[in-house]
Design a protein around this ligand. Structure first.
Ligand SMILES: Nc1ncnc2c1ncn2[C@@H]1O[C@H](COP(=O)(O)OP(=O)(O)OP(=O)(O)O)[C@@H](O)[C@H]1O
Length: 639
């Protein structure tokens, strides 16, 4: 870096030899600018080299001299150029140091019309042109490279170096510049690849020629060329000024960064001051502690003196205690002797006791023998008992086994019984089902039977009239009977001797005629079907009609209730109804009600009311007979 600045400074002096002061300033600024941004520039170029040739692995912070060392054999130049433009340069196979590869590279660059550097530049450590060349290579093959800040990327590269070098080599004046050459230079669109030094050289030469000739006139074409060169220089200066501004910004940013770092360092310094204060305080504290310790040491010395005095006193005391110990030792020995004599006495006593104990031991051994013999006899008895118990247990086990066998057989029997029982149950179930079906059929048959039965009663006639002829009462003459003929089909012929002709005999037709010999049962049997139809919901009324003493009460109630044979229709009917209701109680519940009334002298009386004043019913005003009415209302609750 320093070396580079020195070289640039030399070059600046060279530039200032023939230029005005303002230009000197610009050049100096430009050089200083180049120096300032050199670090970033170098690092970006090194980075690019690493990207192009990864095997190099150059450090980004390497110096110019280090880079020169890497580049001087020309291998990197040739490799990069071949990589960018394959086959453009043939490298020297030898690994020895030499300018061959650099020369080949420079020739190839010239052939391609790209700006390069002089071999002497790299040999004499003038690295600026070398770096510019590398930058040109990078920008040529990486047109989007942002690091290219020295040249306008839009400007077109073209080869004019050859023309200018030919102009320089001629050592001649601008007059040597042919019109065609000047015109070509004027027409050319850019002077980018001509170095500023070359442009200045052309200017100096034209001006020197003009001064030497002492002619104020400058040919037009040369003036045009001069104008173009001046414009190019102006453009370059303005570009560099812009770059300088950018760099100034960079510097300002860096300055701010450094200032912030300085502030941070100042705060750190302040912190350090505070720490120093703390350390000083700590030091003072330590000093204070030290003085305390010194005082403590003094106190301990005094304590030591005191302890020494105490030690002397304790030594005296120890000697006294030793003497006391000696005397007590002697006393102890005397005491030991006394104890030994006592021990001897005790030993004699103990031996005596031992003898006594041995005697006791022999006695106890005898007792033990006796006890052993006793226990043996006991053991024999226990063994006998055990055998008897064992035999008993064996018997019990036998019984238990028999019981088990019996229980097994019982179990088998139970299982067999259970099986037969279940079979019976199944059989019963089947039978029961049959019975249930039969019962259902029975009900239906019963209903049908009832229907047919009542139909038969209807066919026989809802109103039936029977005639019962009372026998002669005791004391009555049997010859004075009016009954001439009693037919089987209900015909009855009555004779009246007081009348003559046809009226002597009269024929009556009834449903049936009961002769005087007819029993109570025969009379009831004819009315029984009608009475039973009550249980099927029919209303039935038995009406007894006849003159006084004709036998109505006899027929309906009977002469003697104690005899079943004498029961009249009422009792027989009730008996029959209750028997039927009992037989049907599983399926039908009957509610039976009885009403008994008497009609006498056109007055109806309730025969079941206890109070005789309440017996009258306001019915049947013109009836002049009495009768017994019996009716049963049956409410069939089940049907
Ligand atoms: N069939 C008979 N067999 C024998 N004796 C009978 C018969 N019928 C009636 N008698 C007798 O005749 C008598 C009169 O009968 P009963 O009292 O029944 O007549 P009654 O019609 O009820 O008379 P009343 O209307 O006055 O009450 C009674 O003594 C009775 O025993």
């Amino acid at each position: 870096m320093l070396q580079h600045s020195a070289i640039d400074a030399d070059e600046g002096k060279r530039y200032s030899n023939g230029l005005h002061g303002t230009l000197d300033v610009n050049i100096e600024q430009m050089e200083s600018f180049e120096g300032l941004i050199h670090d970033d520039w170098m690092s970006s170029l090194v980075d690019w080299l690493n990207a192009m040739l990864p095997d190099l692995r150059l450090p980004l912070d390497m110096t110019e001299e280090e880079l020169r060392g890497c580049l001087i054999d020309g291998t990197i130049f040739c490799t990069i150029l071949n990589k960018l433009h394959p086959g453009s340069v043939e490298m020297d196979g030898g690994s020895e140091y030499g300018p061959t590869n650099v020369k080949k590279f420079l020739t190839a660059m010239d052939e391609m019309g790209l700006p390069s550097f002089e071999l002497s530049d790299i040999e004499q450590r003038h690295m600026m042109p070398v770096l510019e060349c590398l930058k040109t290579l990078r920008s040529c093959f990486n047109p989007n490279d942002e690091a290219n800040t020295f040249q306008n990327p839009s400007r077109k590269k073209w080869n004019l170096s050859g023309e200018f070098e030919s102009i320089q080599l001629k050592q001649g004046c601008y007059a040597d510049l042919s019109d065609a050459t000047v015109l070509e230079l004027i027409k050319s669109s850019s002077l980018d690849n001509i170095t500023t030094q070359s442009l200045f050289n052309i200017l100096y030469r034209i001006m020197d020629e003009s001064i030497e000739r002492k002619t104020g006139d400058v040919p037009h074409r040369v003036a045009c060329l001069l104008r173009k060169i001046v414009e190019e220089i102006e453009w370059r200066v303005s570009t560099r000024a812009k770059n300088l501004k950018k760099q100034n910004k960079l510097f300002r940013a860096r300055e701010e960064k450094y200032q912030s770092r300085m502030r941070a360092l100042e705060t750190l310094a302040k912190g350090t001051m505070e720490e120093n204060m703390v350390v000083l305080n700590h030091l003072q504290h330590i000093k204070f502690e030290k003085s305390k310790l010194a005082e403590k040491g003094k106190a301990e010395e005094q304590d030591m003196l005191m302890l020494k005095k105490e030690k002397v006193q304790k030594d005296v005391e120890i000697s006294r205690l030793r003497e006391e110990l000696e005397s007590s030792k002697k006393l102890h020995e005397v005491h030991c002797l006394q104890l030994e004599s006592q021990a001897k006495d005790n030993k004699v006593l103990l031996e005596k006791k031992l003898n006594e104990l041995e005697c006791l031991l022999s006695d106890s051994s005898k007792k033990v023998d006796e006890l052993q013999s006793f226990s043996e006899s006991k053991q024999k008895r226990w063994k006998n008992k055990e055998r008897s118990y064992q035999s008993f247990i064996d018997k019990q086990f036998g019984v238990l086994k028999e019981l088990r066998d019996a229980s097994k057989s019982v179990k088998r029997e139970v299982l067999k019984t259970r099986k037969s029982y279940s079979e019976d149950l199944n059989f019963l179930g089947i039978k029961l089902k049959g019975l249930a079906d039969a019962a259902e059929n029975y009900h239906s048959v019963l209903v049908e039977n009832r229907r047919l039965y009542n139909e038969v009663q209807d066919l026989k006639g809802n109103i039936r009239v029977y005639c019962r002829i009372r026998p002669f009462l005791p004391g009555q003459s049997k010859k004075q009977t009016a009954m001439e003929y009693i037919g089987e089909n209900g015909e009855l012929v009555v004779s009246n001797p007081s009348k003559k002709g046809k009226d002597t005999h009269r024929l009556f037709k009834f449903n049936k005629v009961f002769s005087p010999a007819a029993t109570q049962e025969e009379v009831f049997l004819d009315t029984q079907p009608l009475i039973r139809s009550v249980l099927d919901g029919y209303n039935v009324c038995i009406f007894a009609y006849g003159q006084t003493g004709s036998g109505k009460t006899y027929t309906m109630s009977g002469p003697n209730l104690s005899s079943k044979e004498d029961w009249g229709v009422n009792y027989r009917a009730l008996n029959d109804l209750f028997q039927i209701s009992q037989s049907r109680r599983s399926s039908i519940v009957y509610d039976v009600g009885v009403q008994m009334v008497e009609i006498y002298n056109e007055q109806v009386r309730d025969l079941l009311v206890v109070d005789s004043s309440q017996r009258r019913y306001p019915l049947f005003e013109s009836i002049e007979f009495c009768f017994l009415c019996f009716s049963i209302l049956v409410r069939n609750l089940g049907l």
